[in-house]
Design a protein around this ligand. Structure first.
Ligand SMILES: Nc1ncnc2c1ncn2[C@@H]1O[C@H](COP(=O)(O)OP(=O)(O)OP(=O)(O)O)[C@@H](O)[C@H]1O
Length: 482
């Protein structure tokens, strides 16, 4: 839910906006002073402010609001005659301007975009120190969870790069936390009081992306009814987050490369050369080196972006962090959903640890939420987890060896299959598979006696038990035998 503050003295406009956003909290004010008082009182997510107000000019009102909290996106509503003032306000930090009469098809995506920017700018992404017990209040901050060596390295990298004014490139599969890392870099940087804007390069068509990034002059193409200031210009002194950069078209790659090289560009249809010192943070889940080999991505752009690279590991490679994250989300959502659930059953943890998590942290987050909504007792047991996690084999290979050789598992073909699949966890997957076979056979020979089996294997009973658990192998039979 977005908290929207609307300042306008036209009752019809206030009513229209209330009706357009029935599921959001819309606070309306008929004068600039009243709007400023409410702003001070409730810190909205987004402000919509008319450029003509009874008690002061919209520009003055904008400047007062912006001075109070520069991180709240302010959108100015204007008639055609006052668009020039609105553009000037944008250059001073306003988020956008919109022409009256308001068209819901333009207004709704604009408010969504502003609310998302507001969230990214204002919700802190906090790199943990020692206090991992901390559960931030919803909306206040996102604590980055994870202790594994790869995540420790990520935190160190944020610390190293944030305060330097260089481009950062964040790589990682979908849902690994690239956006949170980008926000952390911004928030720990010297530009944290300046503008932070984000754009998803995969979500919009090339010509729109071009306008969004570089702006356009009025009349430069059909539909360009007014001049637009692009994000590179707006982010002068600020930070621009280009998400899914690997999906940019060749034309856009060339244009972005030029900005990185010369810090200049022209608006679409314009001749004026504009300078920008926007700091770029880029992210992608594509393997850029492969995209370069496939001639899909410019190598010179890659080298420009890759001044400092942060690689996020997939969740399945983060070891104990899976349990840590699951418990963190459990605490967080239990509080939000007002549920008294204290933890996970051991079997549920085993499932979480063995599942492959193709959607990474985002998928774990929704699995925990799902489990909380399903849960009826004080702890999460396997049946409350989503079916994909319960039944989704930890990995294709571990579930069903594709080509077992007559005498056992054909490791050479499995290795080839995993290589072709692009797996980056071949060692772990095959070792798990081998262990499963070995343990199953020894337990069969020792009638499920854990002590005997551990003795024959030459490992301790505790180690065997832990390995069986983490491989998702049943302990039922062996547990009854000591
Ligand atoms: N280490 C972490 N600790 C806590 N929450 C995390 C962590 N990493 C990611 N998240 C949460 O997981 C969700 C997905 O993260 P995010 O959107 O940053 O991923 P992404 O890599 O940008 O995904 P995509 O490539 O699909 O855009 C977010 O809600 C984020 O807050």
């Amino acid at each position: 839910m977005t908290r929207l503050l609307v300042i306008d003295d036209e009752p019809l406009i206030l009513e229209t906006i209330e009706m357009t956003f029935p599921n959001d909290e819309v606070v309306t004010c008929a004068s600039a002073q009243q709007g400023i008082d409410v702003f001070l009182d409730c810190t909205p997510d987004v402000v919509l402010c008319d450029i003509r107000l009874p008690d002061m000019s919209g520009m003055e009102a904008f400047e007062k609001l912006h001075r109070i909290d520069a991180k709240v996106p302010i959108i100015l509503m204007t008639g055609r005659g006052t668009a020039g003032t609105a553009i000037e306000a944008m250059q001073r930090g306003a988020f956008e301007y919109i022409l009256k009469p308001l068209d819901p098809d333009t207004l709704i995506p604009l408010i969504e975009d502003a609310a998302e920017t507001s969230r990214m700018t204002r919700v802190r992404a906090v790199v943990p120190d020692k206090s991992l017990d901390e559960v931030p209040t919803e909306g206040e901050s996102d604590l980055l969870i994870g202790n594994c060596p790869a995540m420790q390295e990520v935190y160190r990298a944020i610390g190293r790069v944030a305060r330097q004014n260089v481009t950062a490139l964040i790589l990682g599969e979908s849902g690994t936390g690239k956006e949170v890392i980008a926000r952390a870099i911004f928030q720990y940087s010297q530009r944290s009081a300046e503008r932070f804007l984000a754009i998803n390069c995969a979500a919009i068509p090339e010509n729109l992306l071009e306008s969004e990034l570089f702006g356009h002059e009025k009349g430069s193409f059909t539909g360009a009814e007014r001049k637009k200031v692009g994000k590179f210009e707006l982010c002068n002194d600020g930070t621009l987050f280009l998400d899914e950069i690997g999906d940019m078209t060749p034309l856009m790659q060339t244009k972005v490369l030029r900005v990185l090289q010369d810090q200049t560009f022209e608006r679409v249809g314009g001749t004026e050369t504009i300078s920008t010192n926007a700091r770029l943070i880029a992210a992608t889940n594509r393997k850029l080196e492969q995209a370069i080999a496939d001639k899909d991505f410019r190598s010179d752009l890659y080298y420009r972006l890759n001044v400092y690279m942060i690689k996020l590991p997939p969740l399945r490679e983060r070891g104990d962090d899976i349990e840590l994250l699951a418990n963190y989300f459990l605490k967080r959502f239990a509080r939000e959903l007002n549920k008294e659930i204290t933890g996970f059953a051991a079997e549920a943890i085993t499932l979480l640890n063995t599942y492959r998590w193709p959607g990474n942290v985002r998928e774990l987050q929704s699995a925990v939420k799902h489990a909380l909504l399903e849960a009826s007792g004080p702890i999460i047991v396997p049946t409350f987890l989503p079916e994909t996690v319960r039944e989704g084999a930890p990995s294709k290979v571990v579930a069903a060896p594709a080509t077992p050789a007559p005498g056992g598992i054909d490791f050479a073909s499995l290795t080839r299959e995993l290589l072709a699949e692009g797996s980056e966890n071949i060692h772990r997957e095959l070792i798990n598979l081998a262990e499963k076979e070995i343990f199953a056979e020894v337990l069969k020979q020792t009638d499920g006696n854990l002590t005997q089996a551990a003795k024959r294997l030459g490992i301790t009973r505790t180690t065997l038990r832990a390995r069986l658990e983490s491989l998702g192998m049943s302990l039922e039979k062996s547990a009854s035998v000591t």
